[in-house]
Design a binder for this molecule. Structure first.
Ligand code: B12
Length: 465
């Protein structure tokens, strides 16, 4: 019996050329009985393709929201040949009615415990329309990474925790994985990492260090155990800004091989942070707190990728972009992740923006491919879509090739050579994206929609004119 797992390409995705293993499938593969053959097809690596010649007894699809239209297209190809398709992942879990129309079975939640039942049901010819794996599992299987061997990924993905105690209004993690912060044991994680032959690892946790004292202690224990086990990895991850509250955590992380951390700073003004319900300390202390902690983390040799959101209701043309670049310059941010506020399904932002009639692109499922966080899909009170795109392009100048090169050397000197390398890999994605979309041209770009994005936009609402 053969299971084919497919990670669909998102045609307007920013991250198409950034190669991380889609870890979800490592878990699906691990939960699949051994008498099945499992094959991965990762369109983020290969590009979109035709499936007329792909044989399978079962197809498993995953999708983040912008990948959903492509996932449905792939599903249709297999279903027309009578091959059953199961769709799982965050989009199918959050937009169930829609996803159910495109698959033979929906898999909601996490796969570890219930996936063997689905496979048994396929074998017995009694596949059910819906399975719910929940999001409560305390411990995880060791993922099966042999399926990833066919591709040359830049990072091996691993995960040490699930869930996020924060409650940011734009984020779908809380809605999907829950607010309970579920931590794997140090022994389990170290054993898993020790079995990985590659050096470069990404911990895809949403918030590796968490907020509780127990979470912090687990991190310290994990870092020390990684040193004791002599793992010698270079790794990057996501943390919250409190990671830099003192020297202990960054020092221990660095000793264990940490090269970079991605931090959702979101905004430089406290009013915006309050609107999106960012954590209390960030709201109270804002930019000064950010400055101190970014500096402390970098002093330990760890690079910082700062993620920001443009398009929060409090922002206007004067405040929306300039502060980000100034902050990046002054603090020496090693890489940037500029995003546009996007109502992802299931989030509080989606509910409230939808209730106010502010979501402009609702021709679902096709319009989901615009929910890349690099494209305005809502109207804003103080700024037009075109205005926002103009400001967005100002921020994107951070990624001009000569600047990215200069920043590489600066990070090499001020932080560490490995931090510079991993920050460069991140910035390079954006540079390529900007080159593809013409964001560095001299013409008054993005005043209307950039051509490459416009090709997927059926019409241009007045707000963008
Ligand atoms: C790593 C990561 C990335 C990596 C992608 C790596 C990869 N190839 O998977 C990168 C940086 C490239 C990335 C990019 C983007 N990401 Co991202 N990313 C994440 C992150 C932090 C972890 C994902 C992960 O690996 N989780 C671990 C796995 C094990 O969990 P899982 O995917 O949920 O899988 C479990 C279940 O869902 C289920 N399952 C999943 N698929 C399937 C399939 C079947 C058949 C079955 C049975 C079960 C099943 O079983 C798994 C094990 O239990 C998540 C946050 C999160 N906590 O998920 C955000 C997240 C998924 N990303 C998000 C977004 C928005 C994006 C972007 C669109 C935008 C952006 N600017 O960041 C892009 C575009 C990606 C694209 N392909 O189009 C959102 C998605 C929201 C949504 N509604 O889709 C999230 C949730 C972040 C958030 N704060 O809201 N991302």
């Amino acid at each position: 019996m053969k299971l084919v797992l497919i990670n669909p390409r998102n045609p307007v995705s920013l991250y198409g050329d950034y190669l991380w293993q889609p870890l979800a499938f490592g878990y699906v593969a691990a939960a699949t009985p051994e008498h099945w053959t499992v094959e991965l097809i990762d369109e983020q690596v290969e590009g979109a393709r035709d499936y007329g010649d792909v044989e399978a007894d079962l197809v498993g699809l995953t999708a983040f929201t912008p990948q959903a239209p492509r996932a449905y297209h792939i599903a249709a190809q297999f279903r027309s040949r009578g091959i059953p398709v199961v769709m799982g992942g965050i989009h199918a879990s959050l937009v169930q009615e829609e996803a159910a129309q495109h698959a033979d079975a929906l898999f909601i939640g996490e796969c570890e415990t219930l996936w063997p039942t689905v496979v048994a049901d396929v074998e017995a010819g009694r596949l059910q329309p819906i399975y719910n794996g929940g999001t409560k599992a305390a411990s995880l299987l060791q993922p099966n990474r042999t399926i990833f061997e066919k591709y040359d990924y830049e990072y091996v993905s691993a995960q040490t925790s699930r869930g996020c105690p924060m409650d940011c209004s734009f984020c779908s993690v809380t809605v999907f994985n829950g607010r309970l912060f579920r931590m794997r044991t140090v022994e389990e994680v170290v054993a898993e990492i020790a079995a990985i032959p590659q050096t470069d690892i990404i911990f895809v946790d949403d918030d590796l260090n968490g907020f509780s004292r127990a979470a912090r202690q687990r991190c310290l224990d994990l870092f020390r155990a990684m040193v004791d086990a002599g793992l010698k990895k270079q790794w990057i991850t996501q943390v919250t800004i409190n990671f830099g509250d003192d020297d202990e955590l960054p020092a221990a992380a660095r000793a264990a091989g940490c090269s970079g951390v991605f931090i959702g700073l979101e905004s430089t003004d406290t009013k915006s942070l309050a609107l999106i319900r960012k954590d209390g300390m960030s709201q109270r202390r804002g930019i000064e707190y950010y400055r101190e902690n970014v500096a402390r983390i970098r002093r330990h040799g760890i690079g910082v990728v700062g993620s920001f959101i443009l398009g929060i209701d409090s922002q206007d043309m004067n405040t929306i972009a300039g502060d980000i670049l100034t902050f990046a310059e002054e603090t020496g941010l090693d890489a940037l992740n500029p995003t546009i506020l996007t109502p992802l399904p299931g989030t509080r932002d989606y509910k409230s923006l939808d209730a106010d009639g502010r979501i402009l692109f609702k021709n679902y499922p096709q319009d989901w491919e615009k929910y890349t966080l690099a494209f305005p899909v809502t109207s804003m009170p103080n700024i037009s879509g075109a205005g926002l795109m103009r400001k967005y392009v100002e921020v994107l100048q951070y990624f001009r090739p000569e600047r990215v090169a200069a920043r590489y050397w600066k990070t090499c000197e001020a932080v560490s050579p490995d931090a510079a390398w991993h920050a460069f890999l991140w910035n390079r994605v954006w540079t390529n994206y900007c080159l593809k979309n013409g964001a560095f041209r001299k013409s008054p770009l993005f005043e209307s929609y950039p051509e490459s994005i416009a090709r997927s936009v059926p019409e241009r609402p007045a707000v963008f004119a």
